[in-house]
Write a protein that binds this ligand. Structure first.
Ligand SMILES: Nc1ncnc2c1ncn2[C@@H]1O[C@H](COP(=O)(O)OP(=O)(O)OP(=O)(O)O)[C@@H](O)[C@H]1O
Ligand SMILES: [Mg+2]
Length: 161
């Protein structure tokens, strides 16, 4: 059986990253968690913008760096966390993170690798890497059967043996 493990995609512009995120948005189900990591300025917020557009959210997504969480109300709400400025995972738990990630909205965490120990087991991990100029290498890794199955079925990512 083919099993989707991880996949690298190279985007050559901000628009291509937005488009990739819009495709991922089509796979989303209430309660999903997405962790996005990568150096400063690699495109994490850009990806969240694309997710929001793909979810039908008309508000423009901006970086929540100074507020940790921004909520975009929608048929399925989007909880956009940015934990760059947090020192410890428990600080995130203090603001009710568990209720958000185990709720019915979509929880997205920028700098998710900083809080990986409190992330739900089932989640989609996205890692951004600078490549050259406006190119970014984007690694997509499913955690848990649900994301594995969805990525296996999707046509825009390659399936590995
Ligand atoms: N292929 C690409 N994909 C995404 N963004 C790109 C790409 N090429 C260039 N960019 C530019 O890189 C920047 C990415 O900014 P963005 O705020 O999304 O990064 P970030 O990872 O969220 O940063 P931070 O770590 O500060 O939160 C934007 O200015 C965007 O125009
Ligand atoms: Mg950002």
């Amino acid at each position: 059986m083919n099993k989707y493990r991880e996949n690298f995609i190279i985007t050559t512009s901000e628009q291509e990253t937005l488009n990739l995120a819009k495709k991922i948005a089509k796979l989303l189900k209430p309660g999903d968690v997405i962790s996005i990591s990568g150096e400063l300025g690699t495109g994490k917020t850009c990806f969240v913008k694309g997710l929001a557009q793909g979810m039908g959210i008309s508000q423009v997504v901006t970086s929540p760096s100074f507020v940790i969480l921004k909520i975009y109300y929608n048929k399925i709400p989007l909880y956009h966390f940015d934990v760059y400025r947090l020192d410890k995972s428990f600080q995130l738990e203090e603001i009710g993170f568990q209720q958000f990630q185990y709720g019915d909205g979509i929880t997205v965490v920028e700098w998710g690798d900083k809080v990986s120990e409190i992330l739900a087991f089932d989640h989609l991990e996205i890692n951004f890497y600078y490549y050259e100029n406006d190119k970014r290498k984007i690694k997509i890794t499913p955690h848990g059967e649900s994301w594995e199955k969805r990525l296996n079925k999707s046509k825009f990512v390659k399936v590995t043996d």
